[in-house]
Design a protein around this ligand. Structure first.
Ligand SMILES: Cc1cc2nc3c(=O)[nH]c(=O)nc-3n(C[C@H](O)[C@H](O)[C@H](O)COP(=O)(O)OP(=O)(O)OC[C@H]3O[C@@H](n4cnc5c(N)ncnc54)[C@H](O)[C@@H]3O)c2cc1C
Length: 284
């Protein structure tokens, strides 16, 4: 939204075409929820920025062609001293230190990356210097709406697969699904999924109209994370021992969807934002 046409052509077009893999470099070992506290610096020297520091938890960091990097470009106040920079990942001084071994999302690599005097042209700056924090907060709204949208199908699928499995699996001479505790619970979960969908659609409609949807996007993300945990946990239980194996989708979603309450801002960060909009967050 804020980058030059040249940057869009160089980085966005090939990424959308599927020729480049992009990654987002915000979180650091010492600053995840507290984004304002990142320590990576990009110091302007002539026509270049010299980057030093490191990033943590970077999705696709092991294979990315470029990173959208958030770094401190001045010593000013933390919300006005940051900038977003398009950083090609093949530059000297970029070290992908490790691929992190994770509970879930195992088909997606997650990297820790260090920068040592990495030189990048100053024209790779996105928008205005010092506006990076604001741009990033805007991006988070879209990421959080997307995060919720991306789980809807998984939740529907896991409920349907659980109906199918418990409908044919028998215990005490009747399908497990015929126990009211099971079919009522699945009905409740399906209802919750529809509520999530409605809140998401409402937030997206407001966003498309050009409104600030920070509060709604945070509510949607919070609900998506919590509901994903509830649905996968309840469904897994109805699969019995099979649910605890690696052979079924429910166990994978139980692990993978656990990330939603953490990545892109934890549930507690969402609650803090909602409280801020409700006027109930105590000022420091
Ligand atoms: C698989 C995976 C992929 C990721 N991909 C990326 C990526 O591509 N790019 C990127 O930049 N980052 C990425 N992240 C990082 C993610 O955004 C952070 O993990 C997340 O923001 C939380 O930061 P943290 O892990 O440092 O937790 P911390 O900030 O250490 O917080 C730990 C916990 O403390 C609690 N907490 C924090 N603040 C508060 C508060 N105000 N009130 C109450 N409780 C609180 C929460 O429960 C939180 O989960 C990824 C993370 C994972 C696990």
């Amino acid at each position: 939204r804020f980058g030059s046409d040249e940057l869009k052509k160089q980085f966005l077009t090939p990424t959308i075409a599927g020729d480049f893999v992009a990654c987002l470099g915000i979180s650091e070992a010492g600053a995840g929820s507290d984004v304002a506290n990142i320590k990576t610096t990009a110091v302007r020297k002539g026509d270049e920025y010299i980057i030093n520091g490191g990033k943590m938890w970077i999705t696709s960091g092991c294979q990315a062609d470029w990173m959208c990097l958030l770094a401190n470009t001045s010593e000013g106040p933390p919300h006005r001293n940051k900038s977003l920079i398009c950083l090609p990942m093949n530059l000297p001084g970029i070290h992908v230190a490790k691929k992190i071994d994770k509970l879930g999302m195992r088909s997606s690599d997650t990297a820790q990356i260090f920068f040592e005097d990495v030189k990048v042209p100053s024209r790779n700056l996105i928008g205005e210097e010092g506006k990076g924090f604001t741009y990033q907060m805007l991006q988070f709204q879209e990421e959080r709406l997307w995060g919720a949208a991306s789980v809807l199908t998984s939740l529907e699928t896991v409920i349907q697969e659980t109906i199918d499995y418990t409908g044919q699996r028998k215990a005490f001479e009747q399908p497990i699904l015929h126990n009211q505790a099971v079919h009522f619970r699945l009905a409740e979960l399906a209802t919750e999924v529809e509520l999530l969908r409605s809140l998401l659609y409402r937030a997206v409609a407001l966003y498309v109209e050009g409104n600030d949807v920070t509060k709604f996007a945070s509510m949607v993300k919070l609900k998506a994370g919590r509901l994903a945990r509830e649905v996968t946990d309840s469904c897994l239980q109805f699969w019995g021992g099979m649910g605890f194996t690696s052979e079924v989708l429910v166990s994978r979603l139980y692990r993978d969807l656990r990330l939603i309450s953490i990545g892109g801002g934890s549930d507690e960060t969402m609650l803090s934002i909602i409280c801020k909009y409700m006027g109930t967050l105590p000022s420091k």
